[in-house]
Design a protein around this ligand. Structure first.
Ligand code: 3BY
Ligand code: FES
Length: 426
């Protein structure tokens, strides 16, 4: 750590070349927020797209968003656009959203249903398996089989869809999936029903959205969330201040009760934390909830009458999963909420949030939409304001990186992973 950084002397600069970015990476001070160009430079943003979003597995949708053959979602990742579609064999396929004729975008909507994928320009027509079925006025030598849609790697991890845009996808996804899958199995997310799909524009670089998610140092700013969620994420016993002691005691007691329920349910009992030590960085932990301990709602009460999958006990806490580079998840007894951050420009991004419930849960009977979404819509909006303020602050020439507290280890975990991947060290 340099003396400049400790005292907060201005050390930031603009990054305009690959060498500048390499220098920024090399002089990054662990334990501190990143220098301004990581959030404000178009060149860094382009490197992020090339090295992070085009090379890693990124979470993009729940398989429940495309339950039937022909159902699709589109995902914008920087300049990329990808179609995820369920084919006639009920498998999920992913394709570049680009026509093989002269490159028109194929599907404009963020979700929908198609029989075939028809290009709006000259009507080249593709099956939902990506094969070109029809192209008018072609010479006899034209071979349709050479013009299928270009596929993108896709994996379905217990109902969570990940894509990788690289030709060669990182090969440790399957090893991580094997560890995570037993935790997710009880929720049967593949069969769940989408209750709500929100898209929230963020006036901040995608990393600020992620960093904000990786700590609860700011959770006093989430009054709705913390009636159910213990704002002790990443706190160790030694981090508990006198102010937090009563809350911590309640958390420990609720954790003991949840441990008993988990043992009865036969779910994995250990947490995993490999946030910056592998290419597919992740963390999974099963946390108790406050109050009634059942759901994200005022006082922790249930928000849906039907429990997900094979979950038997409403007070089943919060299975929380964080993945690098762009996602986090909360799985509760009565619903799940899945989040993905997608970069749209240097200083903007989009947060997609999907609420999942039991496939037979009926709106108005088993759940109320406002009650189901209240906590995370409020929390996302509060976080959006924090991210906006941080983007503005980091863009101010007066900004210098500051030190992380003892309870921001997972921000550090995210930033470590990011810097290592950007610099090719992981
Ligand atoms: O969504 C999460 O993972 C939590 C909620 C509050 C802060 N963050 C750690
Ligand atoms: Fe798609 Fe011509 S660009 S049919």
């Amino acid at each position: 750590m340099s003396a400049d950084t400790i005292t907060g002397t201005e050390t930031t600069s603009r990054a305009t070349s690959a060498e500048d970015i390499d220098a920024l990476i090399a002089r990054r001070v662990p334990g501190h927020s990143l220098e301004a160009p990581f959030y404000t430079s178009d060149e860094v943003y382009q490197r992020d797209l090339d090295e992070i979003f085009a090379k890693n597995w990124i979470f993009v949708a729940a398989s429940a968003q495309i339950p039937e053959p022909g159902d699709y979602v589109t995902v914008e990742v920087g300049a990329y656009s990808v179609i995820l579609v369920r084919d006639d064999d009920e498998q999920v396929q992913a394709f570049h959203n680009v026509c093989r004729h002269r490159g028109s975008r194929l599907l404009e909507e963020r979700q929908g249903a198609v029989g075939n994928i028809v290009c709006p320009y000259h009507k080249w027509t593709y099956g939902v398996d990506g094969k070109l079925l029809f192209a008018e006025s072609q010479p006899p030598t034209f071979d349709k089989s050479c013009f299928s849609l270009r596929s993108v790697h896709v994996r379905n991890l217990a109902g969570l869809l990940f894509i990788c845009l690289a030709a060669d996808a990182p090969d440790d996804f399957d090893a991580v999936a094997e560890k995570i899958e037993p935790y997710l199995r009880p929720y049967d997310l593949d069969k769940a029903k989408v209750a709500v799909f929100d898209e929230l524009p963020e006036a901040g670089n995608w990393k600020l959205v992620m960093e904000n998610n990786r700590e609860c140092y700011h959770c006093d700013g989430h009054p709705e969330l913390i009636t159910a969620y213990f704002p002790l994420f990443a706190y160790e016993a030694e981090d508990i201040t006198p102010r937090l002691k009563p809350l911590y005691d309640r958390y420990v007691k609720a954790g003991d009760a949840l441990a008993k329920v988990r043992a009865q349910q036969g779910v994995p009992l250990t947490d995993h934390r490999e946030l910056d030590s592998r290419v597919v960085g992740y963390q999974i932990s099963h946390l108790p909830l406050d109050g009634e301990g059942k759901s994200f709602s005022p006082g922790g009460a249930a928000v849906c009458k039907k429990l997900l999958g094979s979950v038997k006990e409403a007070a089943f806490g919060d299975l929380s999963l964080h993945m690098q580079p762009n996602s986090w998840f909360h799985f509760l007894s009565d619903h799940a909420v899945v989040f993905s951050v997608l970069p749209t420009s240097t200083g903007t991004s989009v947060l997609r949030t999907v609420w999942l419930v039991h496939p037979d849960a009926v709106e108005g009977e088993d759940y109320d939409l406002d009650a189901l979404t209240m906590v995370w819509r409020a929390t996302n909006d509060q976080d959006r304001a924090l991210v906006t303020g941080t983007q503005i602050g980091c863009s101010n020439p007066g900004y210098v990186p500051g030190p992380y507290s003892m309870v921001e280890d997972d921000v550090e975990g995210f930033v470590n992973w990011y810097v290592k991947r950007l610099g090719g060290q992981l």
